[in-house]
Design a binder for this molecule. Structure first.
Ligand code: SF4
Length: 258
């Protein structure tokens, strides 16, 4: 809880720093040619001024709404657009600002995924129960010595219990959701196209979760970090209790569809 609060503070701090950089940058962009505009047309400085004010107001309103949503954990107007904007535009900006103030890319990505999860939960809570949930797992979760092929057909698993796939199958049956194992981004995208979920709960490392969130927009993706006791990409683990808790929260706290 404490670390999540500090991640919220990190994202909000970086957002505020980005605001300062944006205001300064746009101010400079406007001020430098401003005096030259007048020579082209006497009304051009006013037109350019209005353009920059509208642009700045839009950007700062977006940042403001995002900060309110992060702080309150509630859905806000234009939240789908805000999620889109934060994943595509804001995250690269926050990574850049983070680099300038000495915060690692991985730390920003970690905080971003957690904040994105809050936005997704708030978005789902304000709507009806999702119909088709896809639980998307990375292939490195499977026991590396297992001879069974579970990509595409996860039901091939013999449920020997050597890796989390057996328990994930139980979770899939309990919640009536779709479970898939992907070997990479291309396969993940193909699974999403074929299963057409309205919500994805994905397990992966920071980098893959961020690219998954960006690739599947506007679909909401709730990201859970995998555990890597044997290093990256081999025999990774998944916090199953967290998966169950998230699914319970997503599936049971909403009103039923008529
Ligand atoms: S639980 Fe399934 S996937 Fe995992 S090692 Fe056993 S048979 Fe293979």
């Amino acid at each position: 809880m404490g670390s999540f609060l500090s991640e919220k503070s990190l994202i909000i701090g970086l957002l505020l720093a980005a605001c300062v950089f944006l205001v300064a940058g746009l101010g400079l962009l406007f001020a430098v040619p401003y005096w030259g505009f007048e020579r082209l047309h006497p009304l051009l400085p006013q037109v350019a001024g209005i353009f920059f004010v509208v642009l700045l107001t839009t950007l700062l309103s977006g940042f403001g709404l995002l900060i309110v949503s992060i702080l309150l954990g509630r859905d806000v107007p234009f939240s789908a657009l805000l999620r889109h904007m934060s994943a595509k535009v804001l995250l690269p900006l926050l990574i850049l600002v983070g680099r300038l103030v000495g915060v690692s890319k991985k730390a920003v990505q970690h905080a971003f995924v957690n904040v994105n999860n809050e936005l997704v939960l708030a978005w789902v809570r304000s709507r009806r129960k999702p119909r088709h949930v896809l639980l998307l797992m990375p292939h490195c979760l499977q026991f590396s010595q297992c001879p069974v092929r579970v990509t595409f057909h996860v039901d091939n698993c013999k449920r020997c219990g050597q890796c989390p796939i057996a328990e994930l199958l139980e979770i899939k049956e309990r919640y009536g959701i779709h479970l898939a194992v992907a070997t990479g981004g291309t396969m993940a995208r193909r699974i999403v196209t074929e299963t057409r979920p309205d919500l994805i709960v994905a397990v992966a490392c920071e980098r893959d979760l961020v690219s998954g969130i960006q690739d599947t927009l506007p679909l909401p993706v709730y990201g859970i970090f995998n555990e890597r006791p044997h290093g990256p990409c081999v025999d990774t683990r998944v916090p199953l209790e967290e998966v169950r808790a998230v699914l319970t929260s997503l599936m049971e706290t909403n009103q039923e569809r008529p």
